[in-house]
Design a protein. Structure first.
Length: 487
């Protein structure tokens, strides 16, 4: 049995007493400190709990406010919807579905919107609460053209702002609508008239030739290209028109037309304005304009003289060429183009078209188109029938805008220089179209004086395209700036 070792000295006694005293001090101080530590820790967790609860309440409140504002916007769409909410982890999915599919602008909306929102949710790697809202989106291009689409907005909680911010918007394929009828836009609604189909056909022909590597090899196939009709597959978008062509020998089965190229032949209010380039400046209503036109050329004897006078006077004119002459003198046709005059068609052999069969009329037009194209690379846009003779059937067979006149120089009749000068001087008026013939020597000799007299009267000279701002349409005939009518 161990016995306690007796204290041998006072120093040992004092050390023992000091040790006992320290233990009592630690006991007296440690317990309160421990209690304080427990209290602080508990306080921290309590504070954190209430802060988290407050954050959850804040998030819930902001989410409800977000939903309320979205409900208000959906109500403005004009369609009754129901709200479907799904909670997945920290992602809330909200889909506004139509109460009835009938009459809703996007078919199968429910199925498409669910698929779209699920795809977006699967890509989310959000650390903070996220709200995905799918509903009907709208867009207005013009007073008449609008678009509907499925729209999914992504909102994420912003810690620094203590609210939800929209961070992304994704849109489904749009459905373009006529806002006046509430129905999808159709190609027939866009094009509207047979005259416009014929005008678009002209643009198609020229575009095929422009895009061909060897256009002269396919010119016959292009001129024989069947005209599109209301049964053709024409796909509308607000930015361009896509057409599946009838069976043909050009090697082209489908074509896309920018709306800027077919602007005169479509309802512009049904097109996105961004698809149009800036319009050419309109004619000044306070100025006097007149168009000089020349028929029956080119002539090796007189057309070069006419071109020389026009160049000296800095005047642009419009030449209605006979195909047989264009074929014989392609270098003169080419010079007319180089001088920046307008080239148009006047038939191949100058017959009275109303006395011909439909096949004969078409041949007169196509043979002239070919002769002019071979010389210039451009198909003539407009047509002047010999003697001005035209009827609805012939106008359809021609397939181009018909340009008539209302100021006749009678050069073909008088063949007299002074008479030509006098006739034009006495009968000219603003917006008029002057008929002359560049094959007449009297006209070539009178032209300089004719131009000087008109300039003295304050006239400015324009081509036919400039006069009508390229707005001429097939099946219509144009007599002057302010006189156009259906054939």
């Amino acid at each position: 049995m161990n016995e306690q070792k007796p204290i041998q000295s006072r120093s040992e006694l004092r050390a023992l007493q000091k040790k006992k005293s320290g233990s009592k001090w630690l006991f007296r101080i440690g317990i309160p400190l421990f209690l304080v530590l427990i209290t602080l820790t508990a306080g921290f967790f309590v504070k954190h709990f209430f802060e988290q609860q407050a954050l959850k309440d804040r998030i819930a409140s902001e989410k409800q406010a977000l939903i309320a504002s979205t409900q208000k916007l959906q109500a403005q769409s004009g369609f009754e919807t129901t709200e479907e909410i799904h909670e997945k982890r920290n992602i809330t999915e909200i889909i506004y579905q139509p109460k009835e599919d009938k009459g809703f602008p996007i078919p199968n909306f429910n199925e498409k919107s669910k698929k779209m929102i699920e795809q977006i949710a699967d890509k989310q790697k959000a650390k903070h609460p996220t709200v995905l809202i799918a509903g009907l989106g709208t867009e207005s291009f013009t007073e008449q053209l609008g678009a509907y689409h499925i729209k999914v907005d992504t909102y994420q909680w912003q810690v620094d702002k203590n609210n939800f911010d929209k961070v992304a918007t994704e849109k489904g394929a749009p459905m373009y609508m006529n806002q006046k009828t509430g129905k999808p836009v159709t190609s027939k609604e866009l094009i509207a008239e047979e005259a416009n189909l014929l005008g678009i056909h002209q643009v198609i022909q020229q575009q095929i030739l422009d895009e061909a590597k060897e256009p002269k090899k396919i010119i016959d196939a292009v001129l024989n290209l069947p005209i599109i009709n209301w049964e053709s597959k024409i796909t509308y978008t607000p930015d361009e028109l896509k057409i599946t062509l009838p069976k043909n020998d050009t090697g082209v089965s489908k074509i896309t037309l920018p709306y800027d190229k077919i602007r005169p032949f479509i309802q512009n209010d049904l097109v996105n304005p961004a698809a149009f380039k800036e319009e050419a400046p309109a004619l000044d209503p306070n100025k006097k304009y007149i168009a000089l036109t020349f028929d029956d050329g080119p002539s090796a004897a007189t057309t070069p003289q006419v071109l020389k006078v026009l160049a000296e006077k800095d005047v642009k004119a419009t030449f209605f060429l006979l195909g047989q002459n264009a074929r014989e003198y392609p270098e003169i046709v080419n010079q007319i183009q180089k001088d920046e005059h307008e080239i148009a068609s006047h038939s191949y052999s100058h017959p009275q078209l109303t006395a011909l069969t439909a096949e004969q009329v078409v041949r007169e037009v196509r043979d002239t188109d070919k002769a002019i194209f071979n010389a210039t690379g451009i198909l003539p846009r407009t047509f002047r029938p010999p003697y001005g003779a035209v009827n609805p059937d012939v106008a359809k067979q021609i397939g181009k805008p018909v340009i008539q006149w209302n100021i006749d120089s009678l050069d073909w009749q008088t063949k007299n220089t002074k008479s030509v000068i006098q006739m034009v001087n006495q009968t000219s008026h603003p917006g008029g179209i002057v008929l002359m013939h560049d094959i007449q020597e009297a006209t070539a000799n009178a032209l300089a004086t004719v131009i000087d007299n008109l300039k003295e009267q304050g006239y400015e000279f324009v081509t036919i395209e400039e006069m009508f701002q390229c707005s001429e349409r097939p099946l219509y005939q144009y007599f002057s700036l302010n006189d156009s009518r259906k054939v």
